[in-house]
Design a binder for this molecule. Structure first.
Ligand SMILES: Nc1nc2c(ncn2[C@@H]2O[C@H](COP(=O)(O)OP(=O)(O)OP(=O)(O)O)[C@@H](O)[C@H]2O)c(=O)[nH]1
Ligand SMILES: [Mg+2]
Length: 264
């Protein structure tokens, strides 16, 4: 089976948010059947401008793609496409899935702003407009959903994971710059122009440190928007939750910070 994109001719009608920037939210999924429906509905219900949701699914065995196809049939009416599905077969990986989504969003869909987030509902879809607003009204090039600025917090993870995240982010702030306090956020919005110059690198969450570190260095305006990370209530974490999982992840993050600091 080859990869397929069910929105090869995405058309966004002039009646949908005329004069406003088109936003595309990329949703990378692997086995998120129970979460993807409420997430798509939440993103589209709270949208403040013309908005397309693009799910990049790695052929999830739990049938995530079928849920998306059904929602697409409901939402895509009157020549206006709001929900698109890109199914990658024989390919896996969070970073490459997000990058594939960004490429389609910028080139095929013609989005002026691209956002993305985890699909476990830990990042509230109602916060997407706040990120978009920081770009459209606030003039930022990149907006970062941040747990580690005043007004933000993480009630999803235990003490060990939060402490590790804070320690890694403190190191990143010290070595990469204090423009960002949640380098491992994964809840991002950015102007299309940013993604024409910066491509994601890495396998998993470290791509975010790398992207934000290079964005700061490039001189892009990065703005943090506080949000509350809430627990996943359905499906399984792809990261795991034991000490070994966190240490393996943490080592990669520290290595990424170190490599970027030396790359100057
Ligand atoms: N397309 C695609 N998406 C993935 C892959 N691995 C993880 N994801 C998605 O990446 C997002 C983050 O995964 P989570 O399971 O929430 O893992 P996490 O956020 O690192 O860990 P938690 O802190 O436990 O939430 C979710 O939307 C996953 O479905 C993958 O290989 N391909
Ligand atoms: Mg998550």
């Amino acid at each position: 089976m080859t990869s397929s994109f069910s929105a090869s001719h995405v058309t966004v009608s002039g009646t949908l948010g005329a004069g406003q920037p088109l936003v595309c939210t990329v949703l990378p999924t692997y086995n998120e059947r129970a979460n993807i429906g409420p997430l798509i509905e939440g993103v589209l219900a709270s949208a403040i401008t013309a908005h397309v949701v693009l799910v990049v699914d790695d052929n999830s065995p739990d049938g995530t793609g079928a849920v998306v196809r059904q929602l697409a049939a409901e939402y895509n009416r009157d020549g206006v496409q709001r929900v698109a599905l890109y199914t990658r077969a024989g390919q896996k990986g969070l970073t490459s899935a997000i990058q594939a989504g960004i490429d389609l969003a910028v080139t095929t869909i013609g989005a002026e702003i691209v956002t993305w987030m985890d699909c476990d509902l830990s990042m509230p879809p109602t916060d997407v407009p706040r990120l978009v607003h920081a770009i459209v009204e606030g003039g930022a090039d990149i907006a970062v959903g941040s747990r580690w600025v005043p007004g933000g917090t993480d009630v999803a993870h235990g003490f060990m994971a939060r402490t590790l995240s804070r320690a890694i982010n403190s190191l990143a702030v010290a070595l990469l710059g204090s423009e960002v306090h949640d380098y491992t956020s994964g809840f991002i919005a950015g102007r299309a122009a940013v993604f024409r110059t910066l491509r994601l690198r890495g396998d998993y969450g470290e791509y975010c440190i790398d992207l934000l570190g290079r964005a700061v260095r490039t001189g892009y305006t990065v703005c943090e928007v506080p949000y509350t990370c809430v627990p996943r209530t359905a499906g399984e974490s792809k990261t795991g939750a034991n000490l070994l999982d966190y240490l393996i992840k943490g080592r990669k993050y520290v290595a990424t910070i170190g490599a970027l600091a030396l790359e100057k």
